[in-house]
Design a protein around this ligand. Structure first.
Ligand code: NAD
Length: 378
């Protein structure tokens, strides 16, 4: 842990009593900052989990948290997840995340995000901010007026979703190779939950790969947003099913692209798929669900490995000289295929669930500096 590790309070946020250093999710975070600016209404927590491999990079989430404790817990969990994701993608980056307490539909202003930019700047590059739930590329642009440590700008790497989808698509093939012995999507049936930014892009890639052009009837989809469902059906001929029926489809691959915690005690017994591989964050309700999937012979592609394309994309915005190169980012994302193969092999050889194998590889990596040196821009 660095010497600067501390709970830093700029203006004391009125907090409910809770333990921090002994909190379940604290997990040796290096640095947690609390910032408050009554003028703009900004109340934010920046959590830096681990910077052994490089500066902590992670998005900023704006959410109407039910309590400050919930906001702190979210920041801690999300930042830890970024450490694992960066290490598995072999990036010279650490893990961090920020949360803004507020309603993204009502409480946003340019001034609030500029203030957020000042907070990030005051950490002198230990933390690099990007977008997350409730925060758009426009908001990041406001932050970038006050800090040089903001990435995912529309005029640079832009929306990461197509790159994330590309990584998930390659990951699907790695899982198919391992479990089904081939990568031919035309012989495989899919159930895709959530056809938002990433899910719709995955359909496009399936289409381009020849599956949907020939037989869209092999893909079942659902979404709570009817207009997205209609778009997917109109464009790709997929079969819509009610959201609560997506787990029951007679398919080979279940592709979660909406919510977290959807792999749980209630859903696992319903799955007929032999592969679970999709972009959604925190798919397992609890770690033990990885073991249950394994017992049922369902191959799980750990979420933070298969969905790292977005992070790899913003890394290229930071690192590419003289400027961001989309093709370089896409080439880099291809590595997700090999990383997943490594995870699957370790899981097989050591008879352990794939989520545990991924955690072990990541933990080994983030205890030491990256092999290929640090950021070009650092
Ligand atoms: P999105 O909001 O564009 O898409 C999510 C879709 O899920 C929406 O269309 C929403 O209507 C739908 N949905 C919500 N609840 C649902 C339910 N109960 N049943 C069916 N559909 C439901 O988000 P996205 O950017 O496509 O991201 C999807 C997931 O992937 C999220 O968990 C996100 O955290 C994760 N992720 C995204 C990226 C990225 O680059 N966008 C990167 C890494 C991880």
């Amino acid at each position: 842990m660095s010497q600067s590790s501390a709970l830093r309070v700029y203006e004391q946020v009125e907090a409910e009593p809770m333990s921090l250093f002994s909190a379940k999710d604290f997990d040796n975070h290096e640095h947690i900052s609390f910032f408050c600016d009554p003028k703009t209404g900004l109340k934010t927590i920046i959590a830096i989990h681990n910077t052994k491999r490089g500066p902590a990079l992670g998005g900023c989430r704006m959410w109407s948290y039910a309590s400050e404790e919930e906001a702190i817990t979210d920041a801690l969990r999300l930042s830890k997840g970024m450490t694992y994701k960066a290490a598995m993608a072999d990036l010279p980056l650490g893990g961090g995340k920020s949360v803004i307490i507020g309603d993204s539909n009502k409480d946003k202003s340019a001034a609030l995000f500029e203030k957020m930019g000042e907070c990030v700047q005051s950490l002198n590059g230990q933390y690099i901010i990007a977008e997350d739930v409730g925060v758009t590329t426009d908001d990041v642009a406001h932050m970038a007026k006050k800090t040089k440590y903001a990435v995912g700008l529309a005029k640079k790497s832009g929306d990461p979703s197509p790159v994330t989808a590309y990584g998930v698509y390659k990951g699907l093939k790695a899982a198919m190779r391992t479990r089904l012995g081939h990568e031919n999507v035309r012989d495989v049936k899919f159930a895709l939950q959530g056809v938002g930014h990433v899910g719709m892009e995955i359909l496009k890639l399936l289409f381009e790969d020849g599956l949907l052009a020939r037989n869209g009837q092999q893909v079942y989809i659902c979404d709570i947003n009817e207009s997205y469902v209609k778009k997917a059906v109109d464009n790709y001929g997929v079969i819509p099913v009610p959201t609560d029926k997506i787990y029951d489809q007679n398919v080979d691959v279940f592709v979660p692209c909406a919510l977290g915690a959807i792999i749980n005690d209630r859903t696992i017994p319903r799955l007929k798929a032999s592969i679970v591989a999709g972009c959604a964050n925190n798919q397992l309700a609890e770690n033990r669900h990885g073991s249950i999937l394994r017992e049922r012979n369902i191959l799980y592609a750990p979420d933070y490995v298969i969905n790292a394309g977005g992070l790899i994309n913003v890394y290229h915005e930071l690192n590419d000289q003289p400027h961001y190169n989309r093709q370089k980012a896409l080439d880099h994302v291809l590595g997700i295929y090999d990383t997943l193969q490594e995870v699957f092999e370790m899981s097989q050889k050591q008879s352990m669930p794939t989520n545990q194998a991924a955690d072990m590889i990541a933990e080994k990596r983030f205890k030491q500096p990256p092999s290929g040196g640090g950021l070009a821009a650092a």
